[in-house]
Design a protein around this ligand. Structure first.
Ligand code: PHE
Length: 366
């Protein structure tokens, strides 16, 4: 009991007022009438009865009755406010306390970033390190050192974006361009660190391509390079099969088809069984049951010569894959431009539970 009036009957009323904050809506309505009702509220009756008391008692008793009336009024009013939540959960007045808070969009990994990270992690797990190189290259690194013949069509202005700057002098110089693949970093890596070498090289590459559903003028690649004594095509296949099993599924089938690149010999392209239809043919794999994911091959001796590696002593293999394309294949994305638009309605679909941050799924602030 918090209020001591000095009058037992009033102390009882004070005790009832103490309990008001725990009453529910119905009880509160009843108690309000019972205490303050105009006809028969107990405090109303006490006030009315003051007239029949002796003057001395009337003063002190009356003061306490008044105090209790004011107190009861305040406590009941406070409780009413607390309970002013309607059945639908909306406050009649003031704020809706049941409305979920607005979460700020804290961002998440872009699907291509996630794919790049996953791929790099798989190779890191088997002893590869990560190397990077410049996006602006000389044509020596991008083409010549990689054994492209001087008149190769890839060097044509139609395919390669050249930089409007004076050519770089020197043996490894030449015209400046935006690298068309990550393969020049093979040369840079070997020039910097002699074998044994095992690296993966993620990065952006540029081509003078139209921006259409299957082309973009800038896209990602991941290069792989392994150079050591006694490395064979068996190592290449085993490594890439391991990759496909880790990245797609442990039972994913792969196949190698002969191909051509100036900087590998022999060369191949690797397909993985379409993970959407499991080989039976669907729109994603254009009915073939297979999806082409990378080019690869044994490092051409000419590449070793340009990189200061003895081709009599060392052999190696290389591959190049396109994470934008792999992202499209993995998630069944029909148009590469969706990966560049930055449209949250598209990107949000790739946000995993762990990236959502705390709180239930709900509105983001846009
Ligand atoms: N650089 C090649 C491309 O862009 C891919 C590749 C890399 C092929 C390494 C073989 C070896 O198409």
């Amino acid at each position: 009991m918090t209020v001591r009036t000095g009058f037992p009957d009033l102390d009882q009323i004070a005790e009832r007022i103490d309990k008001v904050p725990s009453l529910d809506q119905k009880q509160l309505e009843a108690e309000e009438i019972a205490l303050l009702g105009r006809k028969s509220g107990v405090l109303t009756l006490k006030a009315k009865s003051l007239g029949s008391l002796p003057l001395e008692q009337r003063k002190s008793y009356g003061a306490k009755v008044n105090e209790l009336k004011v107190l009861a009024d305040a406590v009941i009013g406070g409780r009413k406010k607390e309970l002013q939540v309607s059945v639908s959960g909306v406050l009649v007045r003031g704020e809706d306390l049941t409305m979920p808070g607005r979460r700020q969009w804290i961002g998440a990994e872009h699907p291509v970033t996630r794919v790049v990270d996953e791929i790099v992690d798989i190779f890191r797990g088997i002893g590869f390190t990560v190397a990077v190189g410049p996006e602006v290259e000389t044509d020596w690194f991008n083409f010549t050192a990689l054994n492209f013949p001087a008149d190769h069509p890839a060097m044509d202005m139609h395919d390669t974006l050249y930089v409007d700057a004076p050519p770089v002098p020197g043996e490894r110089g030449g015209r400046l361009l935006l690298r068309t693949h990550t393969s020049p970093v093979q040369i840079r890596t070997l020039l910097e660190s002699p074998p044994p070498v095992r690296v993966v090289i993620p990065g952006l590459v540029y081509r003078n391509d139209p921006f259409d559903p299957s082309h973009a003028p800038a896209f990602s690649q991941i290069e792989g390079l392994a150079v050591d004594e006694g490395i064979s095509f068996v190592d290449l296949k085993a490594t890439l099969v391991h990759f496909a099993h880790r990245f797609f599924s442990p039972t994913t089938k792969v196949r190698f088809r002969p191909s051509f690149f100036p900087f590998t010999e022999p060369s191949a392209e690797m397909d993985v069984e379409c993970h959407l239809c499991h080989g039976s043919g669907c729109p994603a794999c254009k009915g073939t049951g297979w999806m082409e994911i990378l080019g690869c091959g044994m490092v051409h001796p000419a590449v070793f010569e340009h990189s200061g590696v003895d081709p009599e002593r060392y052999t190696g293999w290389a591959f190049g894959m396109g994470p934008h394309r792999i992202t499209m294949l993995r998630y069944g994305i029909p148009d590469i431009r969706l990966l560049y638009d930055g449209d949250m309605r598209f990107l949000e679909q790739f946000v995993t539970a762990g990236q959502r941050g705390s709180g239930a799924a709900g509105q983001n602030t846009r």
